[in-house]
Write a protein that binds this ligand. Structure first.
Ligand SMILES: [Zn+2]
Length: 261
């Protein structure tokens, strides 16, 4: 990704004058209020900064596999969905996150855009496949023409999950490579009789690679590897610029937007 004036952009999506896109940072404050409702004021301010012609359309994101088809009718918040696709111009689509992956799609041939919110639950519910398939079924998008940007999210080394979640991914994506890592966690306990530190219990921990899963979901749908850009920014490691739920940002969120010009 490219970073300038506190805004992230994808190199691959920047090649097209037919769209606008951007990812906000803490410099633009949180896109959610403390009560977790959307902060339309901050969203509008960010939209103006990146020169969007109207207020970005948000979803009531619920970690589902549901993709909404956005047509002329204009709601402020699309209920209970995690993906959106549209062919409407000047109707920016927004994904609000802090650790989950924001994913932006652009079909350069049919001039269609999409956006998805993909965390552990959404990935298991096939939100990525559903978004690509919605673009294909509604607008006849050929996956080979779709350019994809996977935005900042929590990276593998920072994303420990429980065994139950690990097993769900092994079951859901048995052919995927390098999505799950098992490490032994050395639990160090202070002995009772002496102040000497010694290690007992070797417990296992699982690290989940959301980016690797997302990329393989895209490849499975026919997206070309060369058309996928993956942000290397980790939300947990970039506390100065990004919000991270796991790092304690309860309501702090940044936004990723894409709009057809
Ligand atoms: Zn990290």
């Amino acid at each position: 990704m490219h970073f300038k004036d506190s805004i992230y952009t994808f190199q691959n999506l920047s090649n097209f004058p037919t769209i606008k896109h951007a990812v906000s940072t803490k410099a633009f404050d949180s896109m959610k209020k403390e009560d977790l409702s959307i902060h339309h004021g901050n969203l509008m301010k960010f939209g103006k900064t990146v020169d969007l012609k109207s207020i970005p359309l948000c979803m009531d994101q619920v970690h589902s596999g549901t993709v909404a088809l956005i047509e002329n009718d204009r709601e402020i918040v699309i209920p209970k969905s995690d993906g959106m696709v549209t062919k409407q111009k000047n109707l920016p689509l927004a994904i609000i996150t802090a650790d989950c992956l924001p994913i932006l799609f652009y079909d350069q041939q049919k001039n269609v855009i999409g956006a998805a919110h993909a965390g552990t639950k959404g990935l298991l519910k096939n939100i990525i496949a559903n978004t690509v398939q919605q673009m294909h079924s509604t607008f006849d998008s050929n996956p080979k023409d779709i350019i994809v940007g996977i935005g900042p999210g929590i990276e593998k080394k920072c994303y420990e999950v429980g065994e139950e979640v690990a097993l769900q991914f092994e079951k859901a994506f048995p052919t995927f490579q390098n999505i799950l890592f098992k490490e032994s966690k050395h639990i160090v306990k202070r002995g009772n009789e002496s102040s000497r530190l010694h290690s007992n219990n070797n417990e296992e921990k699982y690290l989940l690679d959301l980016r690797a899963i997302a990329v393989q979901c895209l490849l499975k749908e026919g997206i070309l590897e060369g058309n996928i850009e993956v942000s290397e920014e980790c939300t947990q490691c970039n506390k100065e610029t990004l919000y991270s739920y796991r790092s304690g940002d309860r309501s702090g969120r940044f936004v990723s937007v894409i709009s057809l010009e």
